[in-house]
Design a protein around this ligand. Structure first.
Ligand SMILES: Nc1ncnc2c1ncn2[C@@H]1O[C@H](COP(=O)(O)OP(=O)(O)OP(=O)(O)O)[C@@H](O)[C@H]1O
Length: 350
């Protein structure tokens, strides 16, 4: 059964010029107990998506269209008071930076206890303190440190405290936004394992947002690859990191070191994501894609379903006719980059 069902979601930000279409026509579901990864480079709309789901968009951000169904209720239609009830209790968020997410003027205990008592009125102080101690234990923090203020913790400890707070109410859905980027690799590994264990224990689903492909490979069942506010491709982790169809996923996969093929040439995808206040009419990746044709630049691709993947690429059905091998060849990317630079130089000289 789906815990979350997002349909045709558009989330925009008011700007001085036109609205920035940060999330544009995105649809997906998260099943009970499932871990879904959201990957894509900076600015592709990952955090905006999470903020829209939990209901913490800034004033200039708004849902322009679409629905966010949680447990069968469309959250976009709920009045604020009712909406607030879902936050922390049903849907919680492990934010990118624990320093910003935790309130500096309250101790960690005060913050967790307040969340518990707001959402579960009638919980006595003794029981709340027991939950705090249990959660501290679970994330590997000494429960005696619960009376410290956030600034008395190291970065890694604050991140653990944030995780304790996010999981204290046993929410059905945890949104983890770059949960471990602030931590060193060893700590990252420990924390990811710990989140996985707790999550299995309380049977929650998780949406893991990251630009680190290895975090997704380690923690998720399914992945969505976003590009310029849209879904480029979606599918099971093994397929997405095995034999993807979308040139952007293929490039992304090649941009990270592969343990199994340590001698593989690392690729950097040249160019920049599209301007979201004035996005291109065709495929959003066309400008940077070495496989792009005129059709890609003018016509928006529809979903293509195959091998459990949902791919938004005009050429997905030609994948085996040499398309993948060309898209997977670093030379294709280098040649395209060289040709585009030469064209830019020619245009400047004209
Ligand atoms: N408050 C805002 N006002 C205007 N535009 C915004 C605002 N917040 C985000 N944006 C724009 O929306 C787009 C998506 O941003 P978002 O933070 O969701 O991306 P992201 O994929 O999470 O990036 P990162 O990995 O860097 O956190 C970006 O183009 C960003 O500039």
């Amino acid at each position: 059964m789906s815990v979350l069902d997002i349909s045709d979601l558009e989330v925009y930000y008011e700007t001085e010029s036109a609205p920035a279409q940060a999330v544009d026509g995105v649809s997906f579901t998260i099943e009970e107990g499932e871990n879904l990864g959201i990957v894509g480079e900076s600015g592709c709309g990952k955090t905006t998506l999470a903020k829209a789901i939990i209901g913490i968009l800034p004033d200039e951000g708004y849902v322009n269209r679409g629905s966010i169904e949680f447990d069968g209720k469309d959250l976009t239609e709920l009045p604020d008071v009712e909406r607030r009830r879902y936050k922390w209790e049903e849907i919680s968020m492990i934010a990118q930076s624990a320093m910003n997410a935790l309130d500096p003027v309250y101790t960690i205990r005060e913050q967790i206890v307040e969340a518990i008592e707001t959402h579960r009125p009638g919980t006595g102080r003794t029981e709340s303190n027991e939950i705090v101690a249990e959660m501290f234990d679970l994330v590997g923090l000494d429960p005696e440190r619960a009376d410290d203020y956030p600034h008395q913790f190291s970065g890694g400890m604050r991140q653990r405290a944030m995780i304790a707070m996010a999981l204290a109410l046993e929410p059905s859905l945890v949104l983890a936004d770059e949960p471990t980027t602030a931590l060193d690799v060893i700590m990252q590994d420990q924390i990811l394992k710990r989140i996985g264990e707790i999550q299995a224990d309380i049977n929650s689903s998780m949406m893991v947002i990251t630009h680190d492909v290895s975090v997704v490979a380690e923690t998720c069942d399914r992945v969505i690859v976003m590009y310029g506010g849209k879904i480029a491709e979606e599918g099971p982790v093994e397929e997405i990191f095995g034999e993807p169809y979308h040139p952007y996923t293929i490039g992304l996969k090649r941009a990270f070191p592969n343990i199994r093929e340590s001698d593989q040439d690392l690729l950097s995808i040249s160019g920049y994501p599209p301007e979201l206040t004035d996005p291109p009419s065709g495929c959003r990746f066309a400008e940077r894609c070495p496989m792009a044709t005129n059709e890609c630049r003018t016509v928006e691709p529809k979903a293509h379903h195959q091998d459990g993947l949902r791919t938004y690429c005009h050429y997905a059905d030609e994948i085996d006719d040499g398309f993948r091998s060309r898209a997977d060849d670093p030379k294709t990317w280098k040649d395209t980059e060289a040709a585009r630079s030469a064209q830019t130089v020619a245009e400047v000289n004209d």
